[in-house]
Ligand binder design. Structure first.
Ligand SMILES: Cc1cc2nc3c(=O)[nH]c(=O)nc-3n(C[C@H](O)[C@H](O)[C@H](O)COP(=O)(O)OP(=O)(O)OC[C@H]3O[C@@H](n4cnc5c(N)ncnc54)[C@H](O)[C@@H]3O)c2cc1C
Length: 301
């Protein structure tokens, strides 16, 4: 039996594994290798790794784990997790079963991209989700924001820190007067026609094509798409969820990653609306410490 099974072996899961490894805990990390930022050529804003390909960050993380003794990393797709008499029973899609005293969910989220021709292949390259991750690469360029919900107005306004040529494309959605006033005050212009497709050479963006009117020359598009959890294990275990930011439902956690389900901890994008790699790693570390403290209390009870 493992002290802990970590579901998800990316930024949150690997950092949690590192902390637990150094705390001399027996840990199994199960990962199906579909991290959220895989389409991006480089991760930014991560101390000492700025500009490094996301896969390389994970490779280094896994390599450093190998120099300790008690963590096993295994590729596998977790289908179910259930409480048992001694802790938890985790079953992979192929039927393999593992047991542990505690569980740490670091399974991340997935973006539901708008169905616009030419968008998916540019995701992470010239269509971005976050100015703090990719605003620098798009600085001083003509940029657009794709309307998803009222927070798209705030995204367009924030982008003004990186470029003074921002257009919010409402894709025929109605803007209220308050939003129009705010956009006007921050020099954000508006296009209201339906977006038909994105065009450009390779994965670059050169223009947005509408159902009527002139094409719009743009070199970057920002969109904050709806998201889903990559795994339903938190729901299977009855973990309470919360919506701290509209449109982002996360596993409710305490400061050290405790969820509402006994013995279950969570970290990373699945547990916070502050969704960046460095935040995922940090919450992974916090959850690992919370989990280790709980094990210690039980060891000496
Ligand atoms: C295009 C794009 C670019 C980005 N660029 C940046 C950037 O430059 N800088 C930055 O800080 N952030 C960036 N982000 C955000 C960043 O990707 C996330 O904040 C970060 O990856 C979260 O880490 P995580 O470990 O919580 O989840 P993830 O990295 O998504 O990892 C979750 C892992 O869990 C695994 N998993 C899920 N369910 C199961 C299951 N049932 N069984 C087994 N394994 C499972 C997945 O396969 C995956 O490997 C970007 C996001 C996107 C979409």
């Amino acid at each position: 039996m493992q002290d802990a099974i970590i579901i998800g072996g990316s930024n949150a899961g690997l950092n949690a594994a590192l902390v637990l490894d150094r705390a001399r805990r027996q840990v199994l990390v199960l990962d199906r290798e579909q991290p959220r930022n895989a389409p991006s050529p480089a991760a930014h804003g991560f101390l000492s790794r700025d500009g490094t390909p996301p896969n390389e960050i994970r490779r280094i993380g896994r390599e450093q784990l190998r120099s300790y003794e008690s963590v096993t990393f295994q590729i596998g797709d977790v289908a179910t997790a259930q409480p048992s008499d001694t802790g938890f029973e985790v079953r992979l899609q192929d039927g393999t079963v593992y047991t542990s005293r505690k569980l740490l969910l670091a399974s991340g989220v997935r973006d539901e991209l708008p169905a616009v021709d030419g968008l998916a292949e540019r995701w992470g390259k010239s269509v971005f989700h976050c100015p703090y991750c990719h605003g620098w690469e798009a600085r001083d360029q003509p940029l657009a924001v794709y309307w998803i919900d009222p927070l798209s107005v705030e995204l367009a306004i924030i982008l003004g820190g990186w470029s003074d040529d921002i257009i919010l494309c409402t894709n025929t959605n109605e803007l209220d007067d308050t939003s129009r006033d705010r956009l006007n005050r921050y020099n954000v212009r508006i296009r209201e026609e339906r977006i038909i497709r994105l065009e450009g050479t390779g994965v670059t963006l050169q223009r947005i094509i509408f159902d009527r009117g002139d094409p719009l020359e743009r070199h970057g598009l920002f969109v904050r798409p709806p998201q889903q959890h990559q795994s339903d294990i938190a729901q299977q275990l009855g973990c309470e969820m919360e919506e701290m930011v509209p449109g982002i439902t996360t596993i409710k956690t305490g400061m050290m990653g405790h969820t509402s389900a006994s013995g279950v901890f969570a970290a990373g994008d699945a547990s916070t609306p502050m969704q960046q790699a460095v935040m995922a790693a940090a919450t992974g570390a916090a959850a690992a410490m919370g989990l280790n403290h709980e094990l210690l209390q039980e060891d000496f009870a």
